[in-house]
Design a protein around this ligand. Structure first.
Ligand code: UT7
Length: 334
């Protein structure tokens, strides 16, 4: 049986930077509130003349990941694509990326697990490689949040949090024992589906108009019970990380780097405290990108790759929590 390991990482964010001060001009908010409650200073949004989409950002991130892995699209056997903001309601963005990469008839699988989407996708790709079905898989997280959020005072509790971006990794089979993805741990709890959700264009209710959109504001924009999400995030991420460590007979002291999903710097700091990890073993970049949902973890990885902070033999723990609720963790030995 093979293991899978990450051989290349890439990311892409739109050029246009939106600072907290920019948001102050279009809604009743303040740089002070946003920084104090979330740690975010700026995020990226697509803005004309730059033309983009979830699939196009994924294309750019994939090109970088494949270049760094020393492979081309011809070498890739399949795509696993995580997003909550696809280009179309259907089909998913995976096939759009597959077409852009000129991958003939190779399969593209779309994963809908929101902020946990990247770890869910990594897990799916890992199983395909472990069973020998595929040899090299592109795993993507990509999000265009800027078009789906309410950038007025009414939507400020949600809209100041999110940003656009994409990250990608090349996952390859390896015969090296004890290297690569050591294990993945996935969870969901659908009773909390409506604690963080966007209802339209869903099909599960009456009174939709001819455009498939409900008249109510609550159906058309993302809704969140922020404090409930916060409370669950700070317990579920450490829990899933501890489970991953126990499964591999490791402890928090073995971790060289911990990457928490970037939803709120206060959440990251609390999780860090629960895991008793020193600052130098945790990396956050929410300050400059906001919450990019499924793209967050591969963007963090790509950032560290660029800084030369991923070294052979190191142990990385990654964890995510989000809408669903879904949550997940993974251990990676480089
Ligand atoms: O990635 C998916 C997972 N998402 C998360 O993990 C998010 C989890 N939740 C959170 O991070 C936090 O709950 C938030 C950052 C969303 C909100 O922080 P909070 O400390 O829970 O604030 P709050 O919702 O209790 O609101 C406090 C006050 C309210 O005003 P009043 O009622 O006290 O007068 C809000 O209306 O802050 C107000 N407020 C704002 N003020 C300025 C809410 N949003 C804003 C804003 N700017 N953008």
């Amino acid at each position: 049986m093979f293991n899978s390991k990450i051989t290349g990482i890439g990311h892409y964010v739109p050029n246009h930077i939106v600072t907290n001060h920019d948001l102050e001009k279009i809604m009743d908010t303040s740089d002070e509130w946003i920084q104090e409650r979330t740690g975010i200073r700026e995020r990226r949004f697509y803005k004309p003349p730059e033309k983009g989409s979830t699939a196009k950002m994924a294309f750019n991130a994939s090109k970088m990941a494949m270049k760094r892995a020393g492979v081309t699209a011809d070498d890739i056997d399949a795509i696993v694509f995580a997003t909550l903001s696809p280009d179309y309601y259907f089909p998913g963005s995976g096939v759009l990326l597959q077409h852009m990469l000129e991958m003939g008839t190779k399969p593209a699988i779309d994963i809908r697990a929101q902020c946990s989407g990247f770890i869910y996708s990594l897990s799916v790709a890992d199983q395909f490689i472990k069973t020998g079905m595929y040899n090299k898989i592109l795993v993507i997280g990509s999000e265009t949040q800027s078009v789906g959020i309410d950038l007025t005072t009414r939507g400020r509790d949600m809209s100041v949090l999110f940003g656009d971006g994409a990250g990608a990794v090349v996952l390859e089979a390896t015969e090296e024992k004890g290297k690569g993805i050591l294990s993945t741990h996935l969870y969901s709890q659908g009773e909390f589906a409506e604690a963080l959700y966007k209802r339209d264009p869903g099909t599960g209710r009456e009174n939709i108009n001819y455009r498939g959109m409900h008249e109510d504001y609550e159906c058309n924009s993302p809704q969140m019970d922020g404090q409930l999400v916060f409370k669950n995030a700070i317990t579920r991420m450490p829990e899933a990380t501890m489970e991953a460590l126990a499964k591999n007979n490791l402890t928090t002291e073995d971790i060289d780097m911990f990457l928490p999903h970037q939803a709120n710097l206060r959440i990251s700091h609390t999780v860090q405290r629960f895991l008793k990890l020193p600052d130098e073993k945790v990396y956050n970049n929410i300050q400059k990108y906001g919450n990019t949902t499924a793209a967050t973890l591969p963007i963090l990885l790509s950032d560290l790759w660029e800084q030369g902070r991923i070294k052979e033999g190191q142990l990385f723990a990654i964890a995510a929590f989000g809408s669903g609720f879904t949550w997940a963790s993974a251990l990676i030995r480089w």
